[in-house]
Structures are given as structure tokens and as C-alpha cells.
Unconditional design. Sequence first.
Length: 417
Amino acid sequence: MSNHDNAALDARARDILIANDRGGYTIPTEGLYPYQWNWDSAFCGWGFSTFDVERAWQEFDTLFSGQWPNGMVPHILFRQNDPDYFPGPDVWGTEGIGPIPSGGISQPPVAATFVRSVWEQNKDFGAERVAALLPKIKAWHAWFMKWRTSSEGAVFLTHPWEAGRDNSPDWDSSMAMINPEGVGEYSRRDTSHVDPAMRPTKDEYDRYLWLVYRGRERRWNEEELSRDRPFMVADPTLTFILLRANKDLSFMMNAMGMDTSEVDAWSERLMKGAQSLRNPDTGLFNAINLRSGEHTGHVTSATFLVWYAGMEDQASLEAIRQELANNTYPIPSLAKTSPLFDGMRYWRGPTWAIMNALIGIGLQDMGHQEEAETLRIRTRALIAEHGFAEYFHPETGSPAGGGTFSWTAAVWLAWAS
Ligand code: 2M8
């Protein structure tokens, strides 16, 4: 056992969530990310529930208040214009489409799972709140099923920001197929907040923006966008997370006496889709560039979300045991054995508390207590020793990216501590 002062760290984590609260919604961190992000917000709801359940429900409510008429829940809600972040609402050009200016893409749908977890802490208190959220969650999952599933049933992203793993090597081959011509001059803001060596490159940003401009030209109309998608990657993050979320949605609907047949059929389809992500060469789950049909072959933290989706898999179990043996810190975003591994650069190597929490929850649920507990203890030690950073170097533990980060604080409170 460690000798960390848990009470002091708990208090610090609560203070971070409270300081990042902007009145019913939480920003990831001051400066770098000044808006409400989708999956960050869901993690915050989970974190708040450890000391203020009403505030947790408020977080979910504000997140879903940005839902588009087509069911999509955007990756960012721009409740005000903040010059600290680029690209802001004017660049996305979604005004008038949803209720609040927002991004035109979504993010990993962890919300249903955290809603269920908060509701289960006090079913009487949460009954009304859950009842109001269920149709919204269902409409969001329906949007994923309609607009983001491959012919095999895996969930794909249409922009690297949609899977939340912005510069993962999983997108490299797809990004290389884009010629970002005409993207013009622009000024990034992220590199003025943190060291550029920790962030995506200019080549990547050119393509991020090119895809945004393309969406904006088509007024983010999915029908039109689906005719020819320049970027389309089937992804274990989105597939495993939606599968888990959908089962949690079904569980809550069932408890409320609602018909779950449609939602259960989605889970069946997603289960098949998840199998399509298994790389025949490595036996592990990875992304597929749907424009070329190639498996990326990368072992990322998303590979190990398989248990989170409620699936058992021996090859993945052996691989995660190997990863645990190769590392002293929690699972990195890219295996250290990869030639592309870069311990400081964002989603190309650093270790993230949120991903490890999801992997750990999955392992625990599927009966792999030992591995789950190892991950929890390592994540706990990492945060206790190096603070509530956005992410960490997986070999030295050095904090990286933004500081006083909401989802790291939330993971501490709800899972790691
Ligand atoms: C990062 O993504 C945003 C774009 O959405 C960015 O870099 O500007 C990712 O780590 C994403 O997963 C996260 O939700 C967001 C806010 O923490 O930052």
C-alpha cells in the first residue's frame, strides 16, 4: 500500500472539478480547453457523483442540452466564444443546426455508462433524471448506428477528433490519403498553451481543418457527407464504448419497463462489428482504414477496451499481461514496442488515466481482478506522484499536456483513489 495522503488528494480532485465548473457544465482545463467537451463532461458527471449527486445530473443534462435534431451529441459545446481555443464556433459553422453552437462531429459515447453508474448509487433520487435522459441517449446511439457503422457493424470515425484519440497512429494511413489543399493560413492556439512537442503536428492540423471545412461546406448534413467520405476509420474506441453504453442503455430501459428490442438488436450488430476489428495477423483488435480495407496493426490502449464491451478474449488477455510486464506505469496509448512510439506526443505513447479507468472497469467486470487492480493501483500512484495532468509519459511518469485536468480528477475520485 502506498502512503499517499488520500484525504488531501481527494480534496484536491474535488477542488479541480469545482474550479473547472462553469455553471452546470465543466471545462476540461482552463486555457487549453475552455468549452464543454462531450466525453470529458460525462467523466465529470461520474466524478461529481462522488460528492455532489445533483451536480452530476446537471452535468449530464447540460451535455444533452446540446443534442442536435438528428440525435448527434456534439464533441464540443461552445457556450461562448473564447479566443483561447482554435478552431472555435466560427470555424465549425454549425450555427442554427443544433440548439447551441457546437462541433459538427461527436465523441466516444461513454455517457450512458456513467449515467447508469450514478443512477445505481441512488435509484430513487435518480429515477426522474434517468427517465428524462433515456430517450436522448437512445436517439444518440441511433445516430451512431445510422451514420457511423460500417457494413460489418463496427463504428467508424469521420474525423480524428471523433474518437478522442486525436493523433493516434491508427489514423496515419487514412490521413495520408487526404490532400489538405486550400486550407490556407491559420493560427493554432494549443501550442501557445503547451509545448508543441506534446501536440499533433502541423501536417495533422492541416488535415483536421480540411475535414472541418468540408463538413461546414455541406452544412454538416450526414446524408450529403456520407456520399463520399475522405476519412473513414473503423475504430475499437468507438465500437467497444458504444457496445458497452448500449448494453447499459438497455439495462436502464428495461428497469423502467421500456421495450429494448431495437437497442438489443444494435448490440448484436455491434458485437459482430467488434469481431471485424480483429487483426488476422496479430489476433488483436485494432482500427481499420475503411478506404483501403487495411488493419492498422497498432496495439493501442483502445485495443484493451474489449472487456469494457463485455467481451472475453484470450489473445487480448495475454497481450495485456505482456503490456503490464513491459511497463511500470499504466497502459500507454501506443505500445512501446512500436517504432512510432513517442512518450510525450499526446495519443502516440503517453498514458491516460481515463483510458486506464475504462480498461480497468472492463477487466473487473469480466472477472480479471488481478489485472484490474494492478491498473488501478498504478493509475493511483501515477496521479498521486505526478498530479492531475491531462496525460503522462509512460516511462517516467512526467505530467504532460494541460494541468489540473477535470477527467483525471474525476477518475481519481470515482475509480483510482
Ligand atoms: C483532445 O481533443 C481536442 C479536440 O476535440 C483538441 O485537442 O483540441 C482529446 O484528447 C479529446 O479526447 C478530449 O476530449 C479533448 C478535451 O480534453 O482534448
